[in-house]
Design a protein around this ligand. Structure first.
Ligand SMILES: *Cc1c(COP(=O)(O)O)cnc(C)c1O
Length: 413
């Protein structure tokens, strides 16, 4: 495939069964957007919907909208659209808080379910907040609780009868290395440990089947592949078998059995709602709820097939066109171990990415030396990948990235 041409790519796009879904997104002209794994783009209809929530439900309906517009059930209604993407039943998923907060709630609940065990197990180089939250949890629980980290390929061997909970991110945020949820969950269960899966880089990107994997709990992000908008609420999955027995530490009134009884004593809600804490951010949840319609009728098996084809193409073109510019590959070549993004390694990754962004190819930089490209099959095609690599080749060949302005770092990378 080393003689791939733009014409060949255009031909693939013409026969792409997912080609029409691009019209579900409002992406600025002239942009090839390869950062949907950091902030998904705006789906069509979301800005009108949020405007109507503001004007009709908030301005006109005022406080009555908690009932009349069913704001009170937004967490369940929105989660019901996420459930099919992760192989869960609707009543096992709820929208709440941020991924960071949900990591704390689920891991704490898992520790409580597994008393007498003191180890929280994760991997070094996990997404920072996952480790930070577990450090905080272990220190807050006190006693012998501690966080250990073991390389992801050695994780199952490291689970012991002291492991309370294993916290893993299925698709690694830098390398895109993808773990087998079923196999690891099974190994953990054999040792009596529970597993919390972070699906932030999986949901909406790769097919996930939590039921088939016999998963315990999971969390995930609303603003990445789900396109819910900056800071969109996150979600929590708790398998039905753990519901009504688990206890989570942030026992706020939205998780109460009867919040509007206003009683002093906390009585947890039955079912998944006990994972709620405080008042739903209605505007943000409404945006995510509407954004999820971009997945309506989408066959995730086709998304996966195209994701593999596009990431394969990206890697093939990298090897044929970019190797001579000191570019390495951080992502597995084996597509079975790869999520839906590709990370390249270059000593001047930050400046190279800024030069690329100036050319309308938007990916991102991840410390210390990664160029990361989200490959989202609903709005990217074969020719987009070809053009991105061509632009990168040109940036590297010309050395334009050496211009001083490309090395100035902003607060957010
Ligand atoms: C994006 C991401 C998060 C984000 O957490 P927030 O609380 O939304 O900031 C957490 N974990 C992983 C693995 C992520 O990729």
């Amino acid at each position: 495939m080393t003689d791939v041409t733009l014409d060949w790519c255009t031909e693939q796009d013409a026969h792409d069964p997912l080609g029409n879904y691009r019209s579900r997104f409002d992406i600025p002209e002239g942009v090839i957007y390869m950062d949907g794994n950091s902030l998904g783009p705006l789906p069509v209809g979301v800005s009108e919907h949020v405007a109507s929530v503001i004007n009709n439900e908030w301005r006109d309906g005022l406080v009555k909208s908690w009932n009349d517009a069913d704001w009170i059930n937004l967490p369940e209604r929105t989660a019901a659209k996420i459930a099919p993407l992760i192989g869960a039943a609707a009543h096992e998923v709820i929208l709440a808080d941020s991924t960071s907060v949900n990591l704390f709630k689920t891991a704490a609940a898992a520790c409580k379910l597994n008393p007498g065990r003191t180890q929280i197990l994760s991997e070094p180089g996990n997404f920072p907040t996952d480790l930070y939250m577990m450090e905080g949890l272990a220190s807050f629980l006190g006693g012998d609780y501690h966080l250990d980290t073991v390389a992801r390929e050695d994780i199952t061997a490291a689970i012991t009868d002291d492991t309370a909970v294993v916290l893993l991110t299925q698709v690694h945020y830098i390398t895109a290395d993808m773990l087998d949820i079923g196999a690891i969950t099974k190994a953990a269960h054999n040792k009596g440990a529970l597993v919390v899966w972070d699906l932030s880089h999986s949901t909406g990107a790769v097919p996930v089947d939590l039921h088939a994997a016999n998963a315990d709990m999971a969390v995930g992000c609303g603003y990445k592949y789900l396109n819910g908008g900056p800071g969109a609420p996150a979600f929590i999955y708790v398998a039905e078998r753990h519901q009504n027995v688990i206890q989570q530490p942030l026992s706020g009134w939205f998780g109460h059995k009867a919040p509007f009884d206003f009683v002093d004593e906390y009585v947890p809600s039955t079912g998944i709602k006990c994972m709620l804490t405080g008042t739903t951010g209605v505007l943000a949840a409404s945006a995510l709820n509407k954004a999820l319609d971009a997945f309506a009728g989408v066959d995730m098996a086709l998304v996966r097939e195209k994701s593999v084809a596009l990431t394969d193409l990206f890697i093939t073109l990298t090897e044929s066109k970019l190797k001579r510019f000191d570019v390495g590959l951080a992502t597995p070549k084996n597509s079975a171990r790869r999520g839906s993004h590709v990370s390249l390694i270059h000593p001047n990754a930050y400046a190279v990415m800024q030069a690329l962004i100036e050319r309308g190819i938007i990916g991102d930089f991840r410390a210390p030396n990664h160029l990361r490209f989200g490959i989202t099959p609903l709005y990217l095609g074969y020719s987009d990948v070809f053009q991105a690599i061509s632009a990168l080749e040109e940036v590297l060949k010309s050395g334009v990235w050496r211009e001083e302005k490309f090395s100035e770092k902003s607060a957010v990378t």
